[in-house]
Write a protein that binds this ligand. Sequence first.
Ligand SMILES: *[C@@H]1O[C@H](CO)[C@@H](O)[C@H](O)[C@H]1NC(C)=O
Length: 230
Amino acid sequence: MAEDGYPSVNLMDSHATCPPVPPRLSQGQQCARVGQKALFILVSVALCGMIVEACLIHRLYQTECVTSASVSKIIAEQDAATAAKLHSPVISPFKPLAHLTDGQDVVHAKDIMAWSTDADPPLYKIDYKDRSLVIQKEGYYYVYSKVSFSDTGIFHHRVDLRTVKFTGKSINLLKSRKYSNHFKHPEQSNSYLGGVFHLSRDDAIFVKVSNTSKIVRQDLSENVFGAYMI
Ligand SMILES: *[C@@H]1O[C@H](CO)[C@@H](O)[C@H](O)[C@H]1NC(C)=O
């Protein structure tokens, strides 16, 4: 005991021997600590989420901008292409084709019709030679012809084929025959022929009528002859 009546030494001793223990926390304080930690984690997660979200929104907006820009660019290009198509006379097709009409330069034979080359008709991988369409590429073709005529008797309209397989001979592909009932006053009439045929290289197809002087030639598009690969 100290002389002043306080057990200071003993107290000091006991303090010296025992290392200072951190003040023990009560259960309530502990709970608050855990809560703080949890809150911190939650806030961090929320912040991270917000940052990620912001990045995603930014990205999405950029993509949308690019997409809408490229879409409008494509539309503009398509418009330009359509305009070009409308204004340019011939765009190369994928398959052979030909479409011939009547014209000022046309001189028919007695029974074989001729076709105009004046108007720069669409002829792609099919030649026009000697009043005939000459096939360059073997394949199946849709062949058609329409004529306007005025006849008092019987009028024949046919599409024939001249092929190297039958030298010199021509084969009939399509035929129509019209009988007029007006012997005194001829009436204008039309004939349309169309069908699919297998044609070889150098095959020549042509339009034959009973009398080319009976052909009505008011409008250039009234008489047509064409073929296209199918
Ligand atoms: C063709 O028609 C013309 C005019 O109608 C006529 O003069 C000519 O004799 C006809 N030709 C034939 C082969 O029928």
